[in-house]
Design a protein around this ligand. Sequence first.
Ligand SMILES: Nc1ncnc2c1ncn2[C@@H]1O[C@H](COP(=O)(O)OP(=O)(O)O)[C@@H](O)[C@H]1O
Ligand SMILES: [Mg+2]
Length: 251
Amino acid sequence: MILKSNTKQEQQENLKAGPDKEDIYAIELIGVSKDYHRYSERVKALRNIDLKVKKEDQVVVTGTSGSGKSTFLHIIGALERPSSGMIKVDGRDLAKMSEYMLSNFRNSQVGFVFQMNNLLAEFTALENVMIPGLIAGVREKDVLERARYLLEAVALDARKHHRPRELSGGEQQRVAIARALLMDPGLLLADEPTGNLDHRTSQAVFELLKDICRRHGSTMLLITHDQEMAKNFDKKIMMEDGIIQEKVGVL
Ligand SMILES: Nc1ncnc2c1ncn2[C@@H]1O[C@H](COP(=O)(O)OP(=O)(O)O)[C@@H](O)[C@H]1O
Ligand SMILES: [Mg+2]
């Protein structure tokens, strides 16, 4: 079952985009920079980044700590605004969107998975997964059905009424993945999602992310420092000191 959350207006905009849709990249960055200011010091976290990622591509992002990977992902997911440059996601220019449109965008078009899964402690796995749908005002019955389906997909059917503290790290991360996918986002952004997990659990989480994205036709950007895992991706971005040092399989 695919939960259709698009508003009438969004559907019409999609229709208007019609014949050109194939030419639209999932992600397009032109000359993107991000500076942070700390006291009198300026940190150039991203420097003039250009990138095009095709729809349904699965891209791994590697680089040393502090090279700008998280900043890069946050900017694409509209958690932060760039200092300069243009970012389009699915053909939509993020700079032209209001704060309200951006919060809808983050909730329904983007799925985030972080190293710290940020599950809400007082809610069950099922309730945690349902949250993005309830925020978006989707009918509760549909949200429930979709959340159950996703928990089954991440093999947590038997744990759906457990609270996060009653789940292992790997199980919690699978709940976070199910939550990220609730709104059937076109874009999945994962920032070291297996950073706190052992090797075998990490492998399972990676496989799950790849498989679910493939089945749902989502585009995925995944940050990892695990070189073994990175080898399983044929599309790669290597970051160094705020620039993309090397691209494989992306433009
Ligand atoms: N909110 C912030 N304020 C100031 N500096 C920041 C902030 N976020 C990140 N930075 C700096 O920007 C650089 C890139 O950080 P980050 O994107 O987190 O790198 P990575 O994820 O590759 O470790 C680092 O030098 C970091 O200290
Ligand atoms: Mg980081």
